[in-house]
Structures are given as structure tokens and as C-alpha cells.
Design a binder for this molecule. Structure first.
Ligand SMILES: [Zn+2]
Length: 660
């Protein structure tokens, strides 16, 4: 009896949510809903043995985690390339039309939140994950279960992975900031940050209180459900019980149609209950998508169009100078807070002295600020016509604001020359733990500063000795035993990071995230990297002279090598763990020459595919050439290859080999 009633109540409440969120057509009153809910809650309390995995009472949260577990996505979560104007839309369409006749596109509003993957087994939500780096994300199931528009039990009892956007509506965002203001807490900069911060709460009750929403937009393996187009995917998702953007998602057949949809959305944007920052264009037919495939990074069949940046006026209150980890001094404009593109902004970089002088920026000036998507805010221009009298021209400082050392000028930039400047140390420590570097969770800038000032952390090595002070740290005011334990845990697990993270974290000049990856992939181990000479480094694709010089200079400093050796002794991973090159016998260790025009891809893309599979591409046909790939209107290389009896592939054969 009891079990039957519980099942009945769950069914009623799920149906009510579906009618409310998906159909937008409730059939019971809020009061009735509350009564059913309370009845269910009290029955579950009395008879916990009947509490079901898909019960809606989980929506309030309650589970408190120590940390987020990592989740490897079965299908990588890729993102699209961004484009910003009509010409780029036309170029995208043209590329598609080279492969697909009369393509149709879905045009979907691009929600400004974060993408999430939801996994259902027998129709029940069993796991939710963030995108992370696309391959590995974080398990945020407890928090996602609190999102009321996420169905806990689908209309069909199937196994399925569904992707969509986790976002915060404009009204929930304002509400959340109102509450934070009352409590004297820092305000969320924008709904996207608020949503991202909320799903990464260890206490799911907090996530529940944030009123997040979810909109579904993608099935990674639609063919398993007999689906042939993206539009059908969206319809199917709605049928399963997901909220989709069915009123605004459209299908377009030409650039003109796409542009007109974008114009309409741009006009509606201000009045939508949530932020959008552009549209996502996808080739509708899934067979066509397959034909188009992927470049080495992104799908060829889709692209994200971003709305133009919004500009807002404000007043310059202060120019503040900061010291970066290379010692570089940056002037920053501090102005009256303004909302730009959904974010609350109070400062923007002014880069260097020349930039300030060019703009002739002065305290008290009215300035216009711009920000698009993730891009850092910038000062677009100074409204000279609104300048007050008695303003003084910008003047660069001559001494380091942190240590007082006299600045030196190199090219356009000023630097603090003091190797022991505390600002430089703190910045490099902050960089070391940051998300794309060693990704040590729990270290805000403030904590690093505190630990630095208290003497716990002066060098990278010190992070890995921090556990010696465990008891001491747990006694510190404002930290708490649990957060210290989490911190130490996070430090410990960072030892397992793949080599590219460490290379990036070391802060070698010009070795950004991308170059660190290239170097790690190329050398595979720290030892091999350290043994590399300048000539070897510049020979690597994408590694220019400047980077190679900087790497060599870094390696020539014995202190740096000592530091790496200490980190090694502490057990940090010194090898690359990423995917190795695809081994393919048709390509491996073979030398290719390309001639003529390819229809399906550029020569650069073809070369990349060959190299990915372990082949080499050279310019001229010799006795050592293994294969000549011949496109339309081939040159003399083709004749030479025939004369030398070298294997010749046409484009079709090449594509077949690629797809093998
Ligand atoms: Zn300094």
C-alpha cells in the first residue's frame, strides 16, 4: 500500500513538472503540488525502504561532497569555432557546400551558461558531468539533480546520454546577487559565472538554492535512436521530457535566412528571460555531418556565431599598476561598475605606457568599455568631448609598486627587475596552481598571498611540503580542518598531472597552454624536453624562434633545473599522458608528397591528417618518397612519381585510407 502510494506520488509530481517546464501548461495548482510533495516527503521519512532513486524530493539537495570525482566522457564534448560576422557565416556555408549539396542548417540560440552531459540508465538520471577539457569532466550529479527542469525519470525507460546548457535565468541571477549583497559577499559577475560556480558547489543544498535551469540541445549518438537530423534530435529530447528551445530553434537553408534569424534573435535578446550570446549553426542532416567530419580540433559541421560586443560608458576613477610574474608592470583602468554583456565590470587592462598615451586616457575621463563573451574587458575609446578641465596627462610610474625597485623599459613594456619582488613570486605561485596549469583546487589568490606572507609557500616545491604543516594549518583562523584536508588532497593528486600541465605551470616565458601541449606531446618526457637543443625546438611545428630561445634560456638557468629535479623527487609525474599519435600502417613512417588541388580538404589539412597517423610530408618527389597524393590538375611531381614507379593515391583512395 505505502509503496504503491509513493510510486503514485512520484508519478504525479514528475508529470506535473513535465507539464510545467516542458509543455508550459500546468494542470495542477502550486498548492496541490506542494501537498503531494509534502505527503511524499513524510512517507519517505517514515518508510525509507521505499525511497526511490528518481524521487523528486532530492531536488532540495543535501548531499555534501569532499571533492568532485573526475568523469571521462564516452564521446568527447567538443566545442565549435567562433565566428563574428556575416562574411564568416558565408565562408562557413561555402565550405559546407563544397561537400554537401543544398545543406540545411539548424539555428539555435546560444545559451550563455555551461554545457553539461546527463547520463540516463533505464530512463533514470544516474550521472551528470561538466564538459571539463572535453575529455574529462567533473561529476556534478548531486547538484544537477536539484535543477527542476532536469527530468529525473524520462518518458521512456531507455539508456541515453543527453547534452545541454546549465544556465541561470536573469531573474535568478538578480535574486542571487541581491542576497549576496545583503550578506556582504562578492557579487557574481554574470549569470554564466553564477551558474558555473553553483554547479561546482560541494554542498548540493547551495546549488539547489540557486535555481538553475537546463536546456537540452544535443544527442552524442542519435543514430542509436533512429534519428536522422538535428531537428529530430531536438524533437526527441522534448518528447523524452527535456526542456528544449523549441520556440526559438529554427531551420535555415541559406546565408540570407541564417542572417535574418540572427537579426530577429538579436532584437529579442534583451527581453528573453535568460542571456544568449549568439547562435549555434549545425548542418541538420546527420549523414551530412558524418561526411563533413572533424578537423583535428573541432567539428566541421557546426559553428558558433557570437553577437557583436556591447559598449557601455563609464568614468575612469583610478589607474592601478600591477606586477605580473615576469615582472611586467600593467596599468589597469579602475572605473565605476558597469554591466557589459551581462557582466558586472570594474576594471580593464590598459596594457602599457604607449597604449595609455595613444588613448590619452586621464583620470575622470568618460570612457567606453567593451566585452564580448569570455574576452577580457577593454577600453574602446576616451570621450574627449566630455573631458573636464584641469585633467592631467597619463604618467608612467618609475618604481615597482610592490618592492620599490626602479623599473626598466624593454620594448613597449616596463618591468620590475627585482627577481625577488614579492609580486612576481605570488603571481607565479597563483599561475602554478591555476586551472589550466596544475589545477590545484582550493587555492584562491588570497590564500596564496596569505601562505606566502606566513612563509609556508615561497616556491613551487613548497606546495608539496605543505602536508608537513597539516596540524598547524588546520589551526589557522578562517580555514578549517576540512578545507585544509581538501587542499592537501588536491595538491597530492596534482602529482599525477600529465606533463603539459607542469610545463605550463613552470611559467616559462611564451610557453602558454597550447605550446606546453605541443612540447609535451613532442617530447613525451621531461628528460627528453630538457635535453632538446635550440635547433630541435624551432623545427617543431608552431614553435617559433622566440619560444625556442625562451625555452633554452630557461633550461640554462641551473636554478630551474634544480627545481624540476626537486619536483621529480617529490613524485610529480614527468611524462605526457595524453593520447599518442594514431598508429596507422598505411601512413606510419612513410613519406608523402602532395600535388594538385584536393576537393574535400586543403593541403594543410591533408598534411595534418598524414602527420597524425605517423607519416611525413615533404615537398619534392625523390626515390625516398613512399606515396604521392594526387589531386586535380597535378603538376610535374605526378609525372616524376610515375617515372620513378612510386605509389600514387588519388583523393578518394586517400579518404578511404583515412577512414580505415
Ligand atoms: Zn617589484
Amino acid at each position: 500500500m505505502i509503496e504503491k502510494r509513493i510510486n503514485e506520488l512520484i508519478q504525479i509530481i514528475h508529470q506535473a513538472s513535465y507539464e510545467y517546464y516542458v509543455l508550459d501548461n500546468p494542470t495542477i495548482t502550486d498548492q496541490e503540488y506542494d501537498d503531494f510533495y509534502k505527503e511524499l516527503l513524510s512517507l519517505e521519512e517514515k518508510y525509507p525502504q521505499f525511497k526511490r532513486e528518481d524521487t523528486p524530493t532530492q531536488r532540495v539537495g543535501g548531499e555534501v561532497l569532499d571533492k568532485f570525482n573526475k568523469v571521462t566522457h564516452e564521446f568527447p564534448m567538443l566545442s565549435f569555432d567562433d565566428i563574428f560576422n556575416e562574411d564568416e557565416i558565408a565562408a562557413f556555408d561555402e565550405r559546407i557546400r563544397k561537400v554537401i549539396q543544398n545543406p540545411t542548417y539548424t539555428v539555435e540560440p546560444k545559451m550563455d551558461g555551461l554545457s553539461g552531459s546527463l547520463l540516463y540508465k533505464n530512463g533514470i538520471l544516474i550521472r551528470a558531468a561538466t564538459r571539463g577539457d572535453g575529455v574529462v569532466g567533473e561529476d556534478i550529479t548531486a547538484n544537477v539533480k536539484t535543477i527542476k527542469s532536469v527530468p529525473l525519470h524520462l518518458k521512456e525507460d531507455i539508456d541515453i546520454e543527453v547534452r545541454g546548457e546549465i544556465y541561470m535565468s536573469k531573474s535568478s541571477f538578480e535574486q542571487a546577487n541581491l542576497e549576496r549583497e545583503k550578506k556582504g559577499e562578492n557579487l557574481f559577475a554574470n549569470p554564466r559565472n553564477a551558474a558555473a560556480g553553483s554547479v561546482r558547489q560541494l554542498d548540493s543544498k547551495i546549488a539547489a538554492s540557486r535555481n538553475l535551469d537546463f536546456m537540452a540541445y544535443f544527442l552524442p549518438n542519435p543514430e542509436d535512436y533512429g534519428i536522422q537530423t538535428q531537428s529530430e534530435s531536438l524533437e526527441y529530447l522534448r518528447k523524452l521530457g527535456f526542456v528544449t528551445n523549441h520556440k526559438l530553434n529554427t531551420v535555415a537553408h541559406s546565408v540570407e535566412e541564417i542572417v535574418s534569424v540572427i537579426d530577429t534573435l538579436a532584437n529579442k535578446r534583451k527581453n528573453l528571460p535568460y542571456e544568449i550570446d549568439g547562435v549555434v549553426l549545425k548542418v541538420n542532416n546527420l549523414e551530412d555531418e558524418k561526411k563533413l567530419g572533424f578537423t583535428s580540433r573541432v567539428p566541421r559541421w557546426g559553428i558558433a556565431y557570437k553577437f557583436p560586443a556591447e559598449e557601455v560608458l563609464t568614468t575612469l576613477k583610478e589607474i592601478k599598476f600591477t606586477v605580473g610574474r615576469t615582472g611586467k608592470i600593467t596599468p589597469n583602468a579602475i572605473f565605476s561598475p558597469v554591466h557589459v554583456a551581462g557582466s558586472l565590470i570594474t576594471k580593464a587592462t590598459l596594457h602599457n605606457e604607449d597604449y595609455c598615451l595613444d588613448k590619452d586616457i586621464r583620470l575622470g575621463d568618460v570612457i567606453s568599455i567593451r566585452k564580448a563573451g569570455d574576452v577580457i574587458p577593454e577600453v574602446v575609446e576616451v570621450k574627449l568631448e566630455r573631458r573636464k578641465e584641469d585633467t592631467l596627462p597619463f604618467k608612467m610610474i618609475t618604481a615597482c609598486p610592490m618592492c620599490g625597485a626602479e623599473l626598466i623599459k624593454k620594448d613597449a613594456n616596463h618591468y620590475c627587475p627585482n627577481d625577488h619582488c614579492p609580486a612576481r613570486h605570488i603571481e607565479s605561485l597563483i599561475h602554478f596552481v591555476s586551472r589550466n596549469a596544475m589545477d590545484i583546487e582550493g587555492f584562491g589568490e588570497r590564500i596564496i598571498e596569505d601562505f606566502y606572507n606566513m612563509g609556508y609557500i615561497k616556491t613551487f616545491v613548497d606546495f608539496y611540503h605543505l602536508d608537513k604543516y597539516k596540524e598547524e594549518l588546520m589551526e589557522l583562523e578562517g580555514f578549517g580542518a576540512k578545507s585544509i584536508l581538501n587542499l592537501l588532497d588536491s595538491i597530492e593528486s596534482s602529482k599525477q598531472n600529465s606533463l603539459e600541465r607542469l610545463l605550463f605551470a613552470l611559467g616559462i616565458r611564451y610557453v602558454g597552454k597550447k605550446n606546453a601541449k605541443i612540447l609535451a606531446e613532442h617530447y613525451q618526457t621531461m628528460d627528453a624536453f630538457l635535453a632538446a637543443h635550440y635547433e630541435e625546438l624551432v623545427a617543431i611545428d608552431n614553435i617559433g624562434e622566440m619560444i625556442a630561445q625562451s625555452v633554452v634560456a630557461y633550461k640554462n638557468d641551473i636554478k630551474n633545473i634544480e627545481q624540476i629535479n626537486q619536483l621529480k623527487a617529490l613524485g610529480l609525474c614527468m611524462t605526457y599522458k595524453g593520447s599518442k599519435l594514431v598508429v596507422d600502417e598505411a601512413f606510419q613512417n612513410k613519406t608523402f608528397v602532395l600535388t594538385g588541388t584536393l576537393e574535400q580538404m586543403t593541403r594543410e589539412e591533408a598534411s595534418l591528417e598524414i602527420e597524425k597517423r605517423g607519416g611525413k610530408v615533404t615537398g619534392s618527389v625523390t626515390g625516398k618518397t613512399s606515396v604521392v597524393l594526387v589531386g586535380k590538375d597535378p603538376g610535374s611531381k605526378y609525372e616524376k612519381a610515375k617515372n620513378l614507379g612510386i605509389v600514387i593515391w588519388n583523393e578518394t583512395e586517400f579518404l578511404e585510407k583515412l577512414n580505415n
